[in-house]
Design a protein around this ligand. Structure first.
Ligand code: ATP
Length: 472
């Protein structure tokens, strides 16, 4: 009874400590993994890449945690149990034990196989060991039958197995010890499977942790000037895939404080061009620079800290409305958040339409809000961020015309003291721009004021002029 109590106390301690260890390892790895995923290049997040990254974070890291638990739990506990049973059996009758092993060629074969397999400490060995332990379990099961032959005998096959015949009690204890060796062997066959699975999963997780993103901080970053004069795209070519140029020899200068609108047919490369200043991608050829400083020489924090991006698909998290706006500037006060929402004409719908106002959870990806409401929150976030360079990629495309006019008023005041690059398909938004860049098939084909372009650029007229006159 005392033995059982002590055993169980140790067993509980073992289970708790080992579970803590396994969970801590998985938690720490998951944190490191998440931080690494945030550093990875955007190109890794294709649909296929995203699923793969998710699997590694969930099921692979789960296997690693379980593997650690098994490694420090069963893999230690079960062999110790087997050794204890073996020692006890030997203590009752080492001769009988030796004979048992001797008369069981299957067991001998199994142990040889085991010894051979143990030499190969690699993944393959793990698989084989699991098989060995399975057969050892079967072998030890057979022991019961053959030993029954020697019950009560002092000699077997002419070999003296003990000085006096073993009592029933001793014999029962001896068998119990042999059976006790079989149980750990059975469990160990599962242990090696789990450890092998964990090691394969750990390889997959570390493959991501060891990836060096192409877009990273330079070894000694150049600080950007506090007040800069111009952002330049010089001879930019870009390709997502080796077989096709998405941008071809694009050159453009954007002066500080200027508002530039990009127009062009679908797929001509507008969004791609605007993904270069925050270095979501680096150009395949050419340089993007601020006051002559190549953006690849600037630290990502310094660069991205000055840029605010509002894309067509406003990215919201399943947090409260206030938290989503506060992403623009972590640590912003509630009043600042409300002011930003007012400027983005989001305050009214937040307070009147949402049950818990600023505390309403927006659902995964902002799914509980309409497209236009999501865009207004994204705008509020950008306004709160107060960036030096604002990038609007069809940021008001889903907002109704009436609200858009109000938002334009806000944006006009907001953009006056900022540099803005915006993509739009709406002629009304062009009124915000100082200059318009017309793009087609990855090239800049004309740059000018809306009036100049209406006079001389066919593509601009086709894309923008008809509705511009109608709205006028
Ligand atoms: P839209 O007006 O429809 O938003 P756009 O002018 O902004 O179009 P981009 O999104 O820059 O066009 O895309 C330019 C080209 O690059 C398209 O042909 C598109 O299919 C391709 N492209 C965009 N993103 C990727 C990507 N991640 N991988 C491969 N090709 C891409």
């Amino acid at each position: 009874l005392v033995g059982t109590i002590i055993k169980n106390l140790f067993r509980v301690a073992n289970l708790v400590l080992v579970a803590q260890l396994g969970e801590t390892v998985a938690y720490e790895l998951r944190k490191a993994y998440f931080a690494q995923v945030l550093r990875l290049d955007l190109a890794e997040f294709s649909d296929r890449g995203r699923g793969d990254l998710m699997t590694r974070c969930t099921s692979d890291l789960g296997h690693v945690g379980q593997g650690v638990q098994v490694l420090f739990g069963q893999a230690v506990r079960e062999p110790l149990k087997a050794i204890a049973c073996f020692a006890m059996a030997a203590w009752f009758s080492w001769r009988l034990l030796a004979l048992t092993v001797f008369v069981l060629p299957i067991a001998v074969l199994g142990i040889r196989w085991l010894a051979k397999s143990l030499k190969r400490a690699n993944r393959r060995a793990m698989e084989e060991l699991s098989g060995v332990f399975e057969s050892l379990t079967e072998t030890l099961g057979g022991i019961r039958v053959i030993l029954s032959l020697v019950l009560g005998a002092a000699t077997m096959f002419g070999v003296k197995i003990s000085d006096t015949a073993l009592t029933h009690g001793q014999m029962t204890a001896f068998f119990a010890m042999l059976a006790g060796m079989g149980d750990p062997a059975r469990r160990l066959s599962g242990v090696f499977g789990a450890i092998q699975r964990a090691s394969v999963s750990a390889e997959r997780v570390y493959a991501v942790l060891d990836r060096r993103p192409a877009i990273a901080d330079p070894p000694s970053p150049t600080p950007l000037p506090t007040e800069w004069k111009a952002l330049r795209f010089e001879g930019i070519s870009f390709q997502y895939t080796p077989d096709r140029l998405t941008l071809e020899d694009v050159s453009l200068e954007v002066k500080s404080g200027e508002t530039i609108a990009l127009v062009g047919p679908n797929g001509c490369g507008k969004s791609t061009l605007l993904s270069l200043p925050p270095r979501l991608y680096d150009p395949s050829e050419g340089v993007v620079s601020i006051d002559g400083i190549d953006l690849r020489d600037v630290s990502l924090d310094d660069l991205r800290g000055r840029i605010g991006v509002v894309s067509q698909q406003a990215q919201l998290m399943n947090l409260s409305v206030a938290d989503n706006i506060a992403f623009g500037r972590p640590g912003a006060t509630h009043d600042e958040i409300v002011r930003a929402a007012q400027q983005a004409h989001a305050h009214r719908f937040i307070t009147e339409r949402l049950a818990a106002g600023y505390d309403t959870l927006v659902g995964p990806g902002g799914g509980r809000l309409s497209g236009g409401q999501r865009q207004r929150l994204a705008l509020a976030r950008a306004i709160l961020r107060d960036p030096e360079l604002l990038i609007l990629d069809e940021a008001t495309s889903q907002i109704d015309v009436e609200s858009e006019q109000l938002i334009h008023k806000t944006l006009t005041a907001f953009m006056r003291v900022r540099t803005t690059l915006l993509i739009t398909h709406r002629p009304s938004t062009l009124t915000l721009a100082d200059r318009v860049v017309v793009m087609d098939a990855g090239r800049v084909i004309d740059v000018g004021t809306p009036d100049e372009l209406a006079d001389r650029c066919d593509l601009f007229r086709r894309l923008c002029c008809q509705p511009l006159r109608e709205s006028a």
